[in-house]
Ligand binder design. Structure first.
Ligand code: BT5
Length: 330
């Protein structure tokens, strides 16, 4: 486990703060308020994580690993500017599902904003027991614990918070305009670049915590995916230009914190205004599969509670709270 305010991200930050100049063990120990032996132990751990840190007895420590060259919790935390999202980062090279881990951490009292990140998931989950393809070395899989004082019936609203934050974050890394697909996908050029899985632990009248799981296809090439989704998935990065996953994770945490605060301070309507600006299916023919029912019609937008509205051929407007949508291409 790595924490933002833990010693190791701070050491990395300090070693990078003065260009190439070495930093003495003594100044690290003073800056961190820990003994020189403790500094040395942290340096050893950082080396074991893959950081190239050289030491000279006269000058001190130098770091030769450029920002973003490694993908781990220390590297994400070393440049993080949020106040609580990602303040505690639990990083795993491989894990069954970051959502499952975050749920366990939530149950054992992890604070709001604590995040789980994995380089690979062996059992990445989508909605309704579906699978989220999660190969190593290429994507971002993260789950954030939130503890909003809301009713369980309103918890689905946080899916829209996540979608706006993820789309806004994606927009900072790609030239194409990200689009949201109701209720939980982010599309680039009509292909799925990110998915959101919200899970909660609640009492009948209160939410104990929500796990906001976000999977982003960052550098994965679709040919790495199984055949059925090879045509429907896309990464954020274009050919030959990889995106720094640590920078993306930090941008995502900043976005989630920003939109979560807007949600708590200004209400769901403010989030939905932004979400509607990213939604392009209104007025287009849609086919919705919801609880084994298929509804065909024209998308009439999304109501104030985030339900999808579909005008069927008889003129009736159906309200859909959960389901999968296929939108005809324009
Ligand atoms: C989702 O479900 O889109 C939610 C995905 C959430 C994944 C994150 S990763 C971090 C956290 N930990 C987890 O275990 N999960 C969350 P849904 O709308 O049900 O879409 C699932 C469908 O998307 C699958 O049935 C496939 O068709 C397709 N799919 C699977 N993997 C994909 C990928 N990597 N990229 C694009 N599409 C994919």
């Amino acid at each position: 486990m790595d924490a933002k305010e833990g010693a190791e991200p701070r050491i990395i930050r300090l070693l990078r703060s003065d260009g190439e100049a070495p930093v003495s063990g003594e100044s690290l120990s003073t800056a961190l308020g820990i003994s020189r032996t403790a500094v040395w132990k942290h340096i050893e751990r950082l080396r074991s994580m893959g950081y190239a840190i050289s030491a000279s007895t006269r000058k001190g420590y130098s770091l030769d690993t450029p920002p973003g060259a490694l993908f781990n919790g220390v590297e994400i935390a070393a440049g993080l500017t949020t106040s609580f999202v990602g303040a505690e980062i639990h990083f795993y090279p491989a894990i069954a599902s970051t959502n499952v881990k975050a749920f366990e951490l939530g149950r054992s009292g992890a604070p709001e904003g604590a995040a789980v990140v994995a380089d690979a998931q062996t059992n990445g989950r989508g909605r309704l027991g579906r699978r989220w393809e999660s190969p190593p070395g290429v994507n971002l899989y993260t789950s954030i614990i939130l503890r909003p004082a809301i009713q369980p019936r309103d918890a689905h609203q946080l899916t829209f918070v996540a979608a706006v934050a993820t789309a806004e974050c994606a927009a900072a890394f790609v030239t194409q305009r990200p689009v949201v697909k109701w209720p939980n996908d982010i599309l680039i050029n009509g292909r799925k670049a990110a998915g959101i899985l919200l899970e909660m632990d609640s009492e009948p009248d209160r939410v104990n915590f929500v796990v906001m799981g976000i999977g982003v296809n960052v550098n994965m090439r679709p040919r790495a995916l199984p055949a059925p989704i090879r045509e429907t998935a896309a990464p954020l990065s274009g050919p030959g230009a990889l995106i720094d996953r640590c920078a993306l994770a930090r941008a995502l945490y900043s976005g989630v914190e920003k939109w979560y605060k807007i949600y708590l301070d200004k209400g769901f309507a403010a989030v939905m205004d932004a979400w509607r600006g990213l939604f392009d299916a209104e007025g287009r023919p849609v086919t919705v599969t919801a609880f084994n029912r298929v509804i065909k019609g024209i998308c009439a937008g999304v109501d104030a509670d985030g339900a999808l509205l579909v005008r069927t051929s008889g003129g009736k407007v159906e309200r859909v709270v959960s389901g999968d949508v296929e939108t005809a291409r324009q």
